[in-house]
Design a protein around this ligand. Structure first.
Ligand SMILES: Nc1ncnc2c1ncn2[C@@H]1O[C@H](COP(=O)(O)OP(=O)(O)O)[C@@H](O)[C@H]1O
Ligand SMILES: N[C@@H](CCC(=O)OP(=O)(O)O)C(=O)O
Length: 363
């Protein structure tokens, strides 16, 4: 399995490749990557680019400001984003499009479907989508937070079959190679076990956000959707020659033999629960208001909730057709007639269309 057989590739570029000196964008490392994108397209493959670097590209414009301030960082992202996009555009003689996303967009099923439609339409037209998190507007509870996970969510949304994460190291080592001279590069990873996660540490470059851990989370999200994932060294020209020749220049993560269905994958890996429903006796099929023992958290109708049994076991993750406020109101009514009327008009408590049922019912 190599990129030779892949048809739709997402390539993720870290900040250090774009703004190595945090002093505006530099083309030094981008040229190889841009050539790789051009060559993939020439071979008939579709490419999407997830590009970090807005904050690192914009920071030089804010010389006398406190760069730890959240407001300043957001402003840096807004200013650096235009510089980053125009830097990429200079390399291509085909059009590109900018998509700035937040987790708030991706975890809302309607907005997620709109994002999918937009990506498919851009690809059909031969336009290169360039995606980043919308750092200028996002808040802690609405952000993905790192572009490794974002790239995997985008790869799943775009129905891609290959994800390439370009880092500043050759791939996943058995320990941090920047701290251990004897660290050994792993060629292929079949399953992302806790032992594999234990090999990683945080970011080491001053501009990196996630470190190797978020790259493994991304690999898990992508491979469970059937997407072969590579972590490679984006600084090294040979990386891209090797990839084009069908070789593995870094660490390759094998896709699941039986990938998750799209809606189940979205519910498991992209949607995040905004609250919990505690239900009687593990019951969650055709759940009625009467089956609910407790409602935890504040959520609106249509948001995702975790369904737990009274003993704490996780049963399912699903979209709730009722707001927490309405469920609490119904619980306070002693007349069944109110519940009946509301249920007749809204229907079951959780949607059976978008539901992830936990097979191993452990908490
Ligand atoms: N097991 C490991 N294998 C490889 N790199 C690791 C490992 N554990 C920690 N790291 C660190 O992760 C860094 C890459 O993550 P990060 O700094 O976020 O870069 P990027 O900008 O490419 O996203 C490496 O420079 C390395 O020091
Ligand atoms: N969205 C941010 C980058 C976030 C991020 O994950 O950065 P990196 O670890 O360099 O891929 C930006 O454009 O500055």
């Amino acid at each position: 399995m190599s990129i030779e057989t892949s048809q739709r590739i997402v390539i993720k570029i870290g900040s250090a490749l774009i703004a190595p000196e945090q002093d505006g964008c530099r083309s030094r490392y981008l040229l190889n990557i841009a050539q790789f994108i051009v060559q993939c397209r020439a071979k008939g493959k579709e490419v999407l680019l997830v590009s970090s670097g807005a904050v690192a590209a914009g920071s030089h414009l804010f010389k006398n400001k406190d760069k730890r301030s959240v407001a300043v960082k957001k402003a840096m992202a807004a200013a650096g984003q235009t510089e980053m996009i125009s830097t990429w555009e200079r390399f291509f003689d085909f059009p590109s499009a900018q998509l700035l996303l937040t987790h708030g967009d991706l975890r809302d099923r309607d907005r997620y479907n709109n994002i999918r439609e937009t990506l498919f339409t851009l690809l059909e037209q031969g336009i290169l989508p360039i995606i980043n998190e919308n750092d200028a507007v996002t808040t802690d509870d609405l952000k993905v937070g790192d572009n490794d996970n974002l790239s995997a969510m985008v790869a799943a949304a775009a129905d891609a079959d290959c994800l390439i994460i370009c880092s500043d190291v050759n791939g996943l080592y058995d320990k941090d190679p920047n701290k251990n001279a004897d660290a050994r590069l792993l060629d292929t990873v079949g399953e992302l076990t806790p032992e594999i996660y234990a090999m990683t540490g945080g970011p080491t470059s001053s501009v990196g956000t996630g470190g190797m851990k978020t790259k493994l989370q991304a690999a898990e999200k992508a491979t469970s959707h059937g997407i072969v994932t590579y972590i490679v060294n984006g600084f090294n020209e040979d990386t891209f020659t090797a990839l084009l020749n069908g070789a593995n220049p870094g660490t390759r993560f094998l896709p699941y033999d039986t990938p998750m269905h799209e809606a189940l994958h979205w519910m498991t890996h992209t949607a995040s629960e905004q609250g919990e429903l505690i239900v009687e006796a593990g019951q969650f099929d055709a759940l009625s208001c009467d089956d609910i023992v407790a409602v935890n958290g504040d959520f609106s109708a249509g948001e995702t909730v975790l369904v737990r049994s009274e003993d704490g076991q996780k049963l399912a993750k699903a979209n709730c057709n009722y707001s927490s406020c309405l469920l609490n109101f119904i619980a306070q009514q002693d007349k069944d007639i109110v519940t009946e009327q509301v249920q007749n008009s809204i229907g079951p408590v959780i949607s059976q269309n978008d539901i992830a049922v936990f097979e191993e019912r452990n908490s």
